[in-house]
Design a protein around this ligand. Structure first.
Ligand SMILES: CCCCCCCCCCCCCCCC(=O)SCCNC(=O)CCNC(=O)[C@H](O)C(C)(C)COP(=O)(O)OP(=O)(O)OC[C@H]1O[C@@H](n2cnc3c(N)ncnc32)[C@H](O)[C@@H]1OP(=O)(O)O
Length: 218
């Protein structure tokens, strides 16, 4: 069975409950990553999780919640892998747009993001920067799809510590738009820096074959 929620205030209590569930599942993910309880406890927990999965699957949507306008009139993407409060995979990242039209987010990675020991996986940092650079490009007036993302990992990124990520639009050439960004310690020490090229796809303006021909992106 498929559930298709309209973007109405009627849906808000369910979304609030879903956001709370997602938050608790994030805690569960970290608990699984760090637990050292005996085998019997793990097996019992696995059975409980399997039962919960079956319970939630009783009513399924075709896809996670996508862009919509919330009751406050602001756009939101509750199912997004980076910002979605209703997606347990998301941090979720909360980004603010500064008066200078740059984008800024305070964040803290979790143990489940570990790559090398005690260090956040480089791909996780890349995901955050991809999103933030895309956001900066969009607020400059040039929404697009990531064409190229280049990263320089300067220092290891810790988890469980406060960090600051920022991004700003840099320049454009036709449909191609560039932004830059970084993840830093609160004192400004840069850990990872990124440059991204975002392209307004030809199929947005009716040119080109469209995403169906090569698999839906986004
Ligand atoms: C008011 C606002 C509020 C906002 C509030 C909400 C904020 C919300 C924030 C969301 C932020 C999301 C940030 C994450 C964004 C993703 O994660 S997007 C997902 C990852 N990216 C993808 O899946 C993209 C997949 N690729 C594609 O769809 C297509 O290849 C592309 C990239 C759209 C390009 O297709 P196309 O338009 O057909 O491009 P095409 O006409 O062939 O080429 C155009 C030009 O680009 C160049 N080009 C094409 N592809 C590439 C490439 N990959 N690399 C370099 N150059 C390329 C070509 O050489 C050509 O250059 P010129 O000859 O013009 O100099």
């Amino acid at each position: 069975m498929t559930l298709d929620l309209a973007s109405t205030e009627d849906a808000e209590p369910q979304l609030a409950a879903l956001t709370d569930l997602s938050r608790r599942v994030r805690d569960l993910i970290d608990a699984v990553a760090l637990t050292d309880v005996p085998e019997g406890e793990l097996a019992a927990a696995a059975a409980e999780v399997a039962a919960l999965t079956e319970r939630l699957n009783a009513v399924r949507r075709d896809s996670p919640r996508s862009f919509e306008i919330g009751p406050d009139g602001a756009p939101r993407n509750l199912g997004n892998a980076v910002t979605g409060s209703a997606n347990p995979h998301a941090l979720p990242l909360v980004a603010e747009v500064t008066p200078e039209r740059t984008v800024r987010a305070e964040l803290s990675f979790r143990p489940a993001h570990e790559g090398p020991p005690g260090t956040v996986h480089g791909g996780v940092s890349a995901m955050i920067l991809d999103h933030l650079l895309g956001h900066a490009t969009a607020v400059a007036g040039f929404p697009g799809m990531t064409g190229t993302l280049t990263l320089r990992y300067r220092r290891r990124v810790p988890y469980g510590e406060p960090l600051v990520a920022t991004a700003e639009y840099v320049r454009s050439e036709g449909r191609k738009h560039w932004s830059e960004g970084r993840i830093a310690l609160p004192d400004g020490t840069v850990l990872v820096e990124a440059s991204g090229l975002f392209i307004a796809p030809s199929w947005w303006s009716g040119q080109g074959p469209g995403p169906e021909s090569a698999g839906e992106a986004g």
